[in-house]
Design a binder for this molecule. Sequence first.
Ligand SMILES: C[S@@+](CC[C@H](N)C(=O)[O-])C[C@H]1O[C@@H](n2cnc3c(N)ncnc32)[C@H](O)[C@@H]1O
Length: 260
Amino acid sequence: MTERPATGWVALVGGGPGDPGLITVRGAELLRRADVVVVDRLAPRALLDELGPTVEIVDAGKSPHGHNLTQDAINLLLVERARGGRNVVRLKGGDPFVFGRGGEEALVCAAAGIRCEVVPGVTSAVGVPARAGIPVTHRGITQDVSIVSGHVDPSHPGSTTDWTALATGPGTIIVLMGVGTLPRIAAELVKRGRPASTPAAVVCSGGDDDQLTIVGELGTIAADAQAADVAPPAVVVIGEVVRLRGAVPRDRIADPADGP
Ligand SMILES: C[S@@+](CC[C@H](N)C(=O)[O-])C[C@H]1O[C@@H](n2cnc3c(N)ncnc32)[C@H](O)[C@@H]1O
C-alpha cells in the first residue's frame, strides 16, 4: 500500500524588483526549501540559478500582452502541488500584495486548507525609485505617497482611482503598469490641477544592469518617454521628490569579489 504524502505548504514570496540581492532572508530561506517554484516574469530570475536540480520550476509568465498560465491555472497548480506533498514557493516580483494578486492566491490556499505563508518583498513602487536616487517621501517636501495602477487609465469607466484628489494634492504619485497609459495619465493630472512643471521620472528595468531613468516634467514626460523608447517594466514617479535625484547617491558599492 502506498502511503499518502503529507500536505506540503505554499509560500508567496516577494522577490523584490530586478536585483536578486533584494529578496528577504526569509524569502531566500523558503526558496532553498522549495520542491516547486512557480515564478512570475518580473521576479528576479537570477534567483532560480541557485535552485537544486530536482526543483520543479514552473514559468507562470504574465507578460502585459500574453499569459503563460491563467490565474485560475496558477491557483490550481499551487493547491495540487501542495496536496501532493510538495512545498511550493510562488516567487513574485516586488511584493506579493502590491498589484501582485497575492491576496487571491492566499485566499485560494486558505479555502483549500493548505498552509500558506506570505513573505513581503521590496515593492518596485518604492525600491525602483530608490535605486534611481529618488526617495518617495522626504522631510520638508512631501509627507504622502500614493501608489496607483496605470493599467486602467483615468478616462476608463472602470477606474476606481480618485485622479482629481491625486492631481490636487501635493503628494508623490507612483504609477505602476503605466507605460502605455502615461500620455493619458499625465494629461489628465494636468487637466485636473497638477502643474505641468511638476518634476516627473520614468525608471525602467529597475535593479537590472540596463536600468534607465528619464527625468522631466509632468507636461512633457510622456513625450520624453516615447522619444527614449521606454518599455515596460517601468515605474513612474510624479512629484517634487524627483528633484532630489541629482543629490541622492545611487551607485552600488562594489561586491568584495569585484576587488577594491
Ligand atoms: C503587476 S505589477 C507587480 C508589482 C509588484 N508586485 C511590486 O510590488 O513591485 C508590475 C509592475 O510593477 C512595476 N515593476 C516591477 N518590477 C519592476 C522593475 N524591475 N523595474 C521597473 N518597474 C517594475 C512595473 O510598473 C510593472 O508594470
